[in-house]
Design a binder for this molecule. Structure first.
Ligand code: ARG
Length: 463
């Protein structure tokens, strides 16, 4: 089936219409309509510059500007008809502008191409998203920080290999995520700085012979400067790749805490309780309270990293400059950005909502011979044993306790001395978990005093 007539935007040398399948594969309006605000902002800046440079008249510029404002109003009111035959958001808006203002609409595209138009629209969109992610991460970091402050001295087991390793503080564990999210935030801020150059005015690929002022349009759209090479301007999608890469790392961090929440909220761990707000029940098992939101956050990296791989694969091997392949960039970024924002918001909700079960944490912290390293360190400090020997002596005491079915502090002094005769009563002071965490005062260590200092530092940073 053919659609009737040639495309009014580029149909000059085309006699017939395009095949319906061609229209279906070619059209991006179904998703790039999300760029309408950026497209209209870019066009208004371009028209203002064209008039200021004497390339179009002030009257035409005024008509274009008023028309574009009307189009924006129609889109926002939901009365605008998006037409797939007009391919994309750029041509849909321009066609409607022509219906509203007539001939001057045709002057808007002077010294411009859809290649630089889509490049600037998409950059503006990704820039907005980077800002939104930074704001979202700020709130999420504050939520972790509040947990850290409340539980600066609550003890819990620290794990390696998901095996009890050494006691740590709840606050220290929460602050680990503040550090990760802080790095994520800086990655988005850094990507934003690099993407903040304006490609508008590169035109199709070679620049233009019209006396345009690219510095003016760049400034009007909040960019630091215009891009320096017209070929690069229309073919570059690094800004989207950097956004997706930062999003992937961030989503990976979210998935790790999500996994911890899944483990911690299980009946076997009972480290945290999640409220009804972020859990669901089971239709058959009345006792169940499933951490669905955490599971979904854990899964989000799948599609976000998928989008990253997709865009790298789309861009790989593309000869300069623009190729239609690049139209496939947007859906990936839209989906990744939407899901990252959702994941950040849901995680913030859960972090605010969760209640630590301090008793269960303390019991778990003290089990699994978690203070064995403290015992070994004491042997080094007090008896001057080489660490390797201290490790060996401690190992035999752990084996003894395991055999008796008790914890290290439950061994009698005589039993202790059977492993090393120099052991004194004093050893018991290092076997308690509170003493253990209090002793870890090395910079970056888990001691409550360190946690409080780091909370204060982050509060200052986050303002
Ligand atoms: N819809 C297109 C895209 O998203 C706009 C650019 C089209 N340029 C072209 N030369 N056909 O990439």
């Amino acid at each position: 089936m053919m659609s009737d007539g040639a495309n009014s935007m580029w149909g000059g040398r085309f006699a017939g219409g395009v095949d319906a399948i061609m229209e279906a594969i070619n059209a991006s309006i179904g998703y790039d309509k999300r760029l309408y605000g950026q497209d209209i902002a870019g066009s208004r800046a371009h028209a203002a510059m064209l008039a200021a440079q004497g390339i179009i008249t002030a009257e035409d510029r005024a008509a274009i500007d008023a028309g574009l404002v009307q189009v924006q109003g129609e889109i926002e009111a939901g009365t605008f008809t998006f037409r797939p035959a007009l391919e994309d958001i750029h041509m849909n808006i321009e066609a409607r502008l022509k219906e509203i203002i007539g001939e001057p609409a045709g002057r808007l595209h002077t010294a411009r191409s859809r290649n630089d138009q889509v490049a600037v629209d998409f950059r503006l969109w990704v820039r907005d998203q980077a800002d939104a992610v930074v704001t979202g991460l700020d709130s999420l970091m504050r939520a972790f920080l509040a947990q850290a402050e409340a539980g600066a001295d609550w003890v819990m087991p620290g794990f390696t290999h998901l095996q009890t390793a050494q006691p740590v503080t709840w606050g220290h564990h929460m602050l680990a995520y503040v550090e990760m999210l802080g790095r994520d935030k800086s990655r988005f801020e850094d990507a934003r700085r690099r993407m903040n150059e304006c490609p508008l005015g590169a035109a199709a690929l070679a620049g233009t012979s019209f006396p345009i002022d690219r510095h003016a349009t760049a400034a009007a759209l909040g960019f630091d400067r215009p891009t320096a090479n017209s070929l690069d301007s229309v073919s570059d999608r690094d800004f989207a790749l950097e956004f997706l890469s930062a999003a992937s790392i961030c989503a990976m961090h979210l998935s790790r805490f999500a996994e911890e929440l899944v483990i911690w909220s299980s009946a076997q761990f009972r480290f945290v309780r999640l409220s009804d707000a972020f859990t669901t029940g089971s239709s058959i098992m009345p006792q169940k309270k499933n951490p669905d939101a955490a599971e979904l956050i854990r899964a989000k990296l799948g599609r976000i990293l998928g989008a990253t791989v997709a865009l790298f694969t789309i861009m790989k091997g593309l000869a300069l400059t623009y190729s239609k392949d690049m139209q496939e960039d947007k859906e990936q970024v839209f989906d990744a950005a939407d899901n990252l924002m959702l994941g950040i918001a849901a995680m913030e909700g859960m972090v605010k909502d969760m209640t630590a079960n301090q008793d269960a944490l303390a019991v778990a912290a003290a089990s699994g011979f978690s203070t064995a390293t403290d015992l070994a360190d004491w042997l080094v400090r007090s008896l001057n044993l080489p660490f390797r020997e201290a490790h060996h002596v401690t190992g035999s005491l752990v084996a003894m306790a395991e055999k008796k079915g008790c914890d290290l502090p439950d061994l009698g002094l005589a039993e202790m001395q059977s492993a090393h005769s120099g052991i004194t009563e004093e050893v018991y002071s290092v076997l308690g978990v509170d003493n253990s965490v209090r002793s870890r005062v090395s910079y970056g260590g888990t001691a409550p005093a360190n946690v409080r200092a780091q909370v204060a530092r982050w509060k200052e940073i986050l303002g």
